[in-house]
Design a binder for this molecule. Structure first.
Ligand SMILES: C[S@@+](CC[C@H](N)C(=O)[O-])C[C@H]1O[C@@H](n2cnc3c(N)ncnc32)[C@H](O)[C@@H]1O
Length: 260
């Protein structure tokens, strides 16, 4: 997907300078916004990263998105009241744990994991879609996913999240054995997740590589406790790679496989 960088209408000089510097740093085309409509700047299959005076916005022909907590807000509130969370339960996440989220997306699971493992733990997150990586990076450093903003919702300091632009399978292949406690895998699936409108736009920019056995095997080698998989349908090979269904009251199917 071709990405261009521009600004909102009426962007201040500081936002324009920020957008130009961002485009230069990452090697994207910077386009002056002038009076043009955003869909004139986005090619037929493209997306724009739009620097406004306060945030970075991802715009495609499907809509526009900024980094926000979305469903993680409710999950963090419920976790902070001691009501638990399906990811925390499936991974048996504890303070100080090292978590690798191989599919960062909009960062909701990574944010919940970061709170569960706390400031003594760590979260390494991987995202292969450049558009989502940049949106997430902005959210983590300046926006709704920053440690201070998340702490104010969860009432506890989260672990720092290190977001990497990479293909998860390649990245896992280079990672040391048992270098994390829990590895999370939540790839794209066919059915839309109607509960969260952000996922419609996510679908248009996300990497839709399907989950396969090799991905789970590599994750099991890197994990020292659990590989947690969030999945729609049950695939025939799930049991061959050690995946067992985790009982959960949520409308998402959770699976996990023990470390190897
Ligand atoms: C369903 S979303 C994940 C949502 C995320 N768990 C959350 O809470 O926001 C899947 C994400 O994984 C990314 N992805 C898919 N295949 C990938 C791969 N092989 N490597 C890295 N990221 C991948 C997609 O681009 C998409 O952003």
């Amino acid at each position: 997907m071709a990405l261009v960088v521009t600004t909102s209408h009426k962007a201040r000089a500081s936002a324009i300078a920020r957008a130009e510097s961002f485009a230069r740093h990452w090697g994207y085309l910077y386009v002056d916004r002038d009076d043009r409509r955003i869909d004139e700047l986005i090619g037929p299959a493209g997306a724009a990263l739009v620097m406004t005076n306060s945030e970075l916005r991802l715009v495609t022909h499907s809509g526009s998105l900024t980094s926000h907590l979305g469903t993680a807000f409710i999950r963090l509130k419920s976790w902070s009241r001691g009501e638990g969370d399906p990811l925390v339960r499936a991974g048996e996440l504890q303070p100080g744990d090292r978590v690798i989220d191989t599919t960062f997306g909009l960062g909701r699971d990574a944010t919940v994991a970061a709170c569960a493992v706390g400031s003594q733990g760590s979260v390494t997150a991987i995202e292969s879609s450049a558009a989502l990586f940049h949106l997430g990076q902005f959210g983590l450093t300046n926006g709704a996913l920053s440690t201070s903003r998340v702490a104010s919702v969860a009432g506890a300091a989260p672990a720092p999240t290190d977001l990497v632009l990479a293909n998860a399978c390649e990245w896992l292949g280079l990672a040391a054995t048992n270098s994390a406690d829990v590895v999370l895998v939540d790839p794209m699936f066919e059915e839309p997740k109607a509960s969260d409108t952000g996922f419609a736009l996510l679908r248009s920019v996300a990497d839709s590589t399907p989950l396969d056995a090799q991905w789970v095997r590599e994750a099991r080698r890197v994990a020292s406790r659990w590989v947690v998989v969030k999945s729609g349908p049950d695939a025939p090979w799930f049991r061959e790679v050690g995946l067992e269904r985790v009982h959960s009251h949520s409308n998402v199917n959770w699976w996990r496989a023990p470390a190897q």
